[in-house]
Design a protein around this ligand. Structure first.
Ligand code: COA
Length: 167
């Protein structure tokens, strides 16, 4: 099995739920790359570079050292092949995640049968979190510190105090 393990995501923005999954993956594998997808079919609040920067700062603030953070374009399976990665990890929060992840896993397996997806359950305090919920709380001026790191909170406050929601 390849020792290179990737945690891919949009991370728009990264939350304490994502960091929980990253910490668990790091504990299991000893090394981890968080790969931030550049573009998405979703309308994104933060640019790719902002999302990458916030993942990096959040890992430091959460005390999770040694995780590499990268940006990637195109298909995840193509990116993983190009870097020699054999495993990707994703968080599974609830039933609602299962259908999407199941479909992705099966399609990705068709694209790259040699690559395996593994799923980790975040801690129960993060199970209800999502980036959309966090952006909504920021837009409505609510408290964010329980859900995101200080750098993400600051970035959200700046974004939503300007009344900007697009990229
Ligand atoms: N804690 C909190 N929230 C979590 C979470 C966790 N542990 N895990 C997922 N989420 C939430 C995110 O906050 C996000 O919420 P939102 O929809 O409200 O914004 C949502 O779940 C999923 O976001 P994220 O985990 O950041 O990634 P994604 O599902 O948007 O991206 C990729 C998944 C990047 C792996 C996928 O889009 C991809 O592979 N893209 C490249 C193109 C490709 O290969 N496509 C596949 C073709 S088969």
């Amino acid at each position: 099995m390849s020792s290179r393990v990737i945690y891919p995501g949009t991370f728009d923005p990264v939350t304490r739920g994502h960091l929980d999954v990253a910490a668990r993956a790091l504990q299991v594998f000893g090394a981890l790359e968080m790969a931030v997808v550049r573009s998405s079919l979703k309308e994104l609040a933060f640019s790719a570079e902002e999302r990458e920067r916030l993942v990096k700062s959040s890992l430091i603030e959460a005390g999770i050292p040694g995780v590499e953070v990268t940006l990637f374009d195109g298909l995840l399976m193509d990116y993983m092949r190009s870097t020699g990665a054999g495993v990707f990890v994703r968080g599974l929060r609830a039933n609602s995640d299962f259908e999407y992840e199941f479909q992705m896993q099966l399609i990705n397996r068709k694209l790259a049968p040699e690559i395996t997806g593994l799923y980790l359950m975040p801690g129960e305090s993060n199970i209800y979190l999502s980036s959309t919920v966090v952006r909504e709380i920021a837009a409505l001026g609510g408290s964010l510190s329980e859900f995101v790191t200080p750098s993400v909170e600051k970035a959200l406050r700046e974004k939503y105090s300007r009344g900007t929601s697009g990229r």
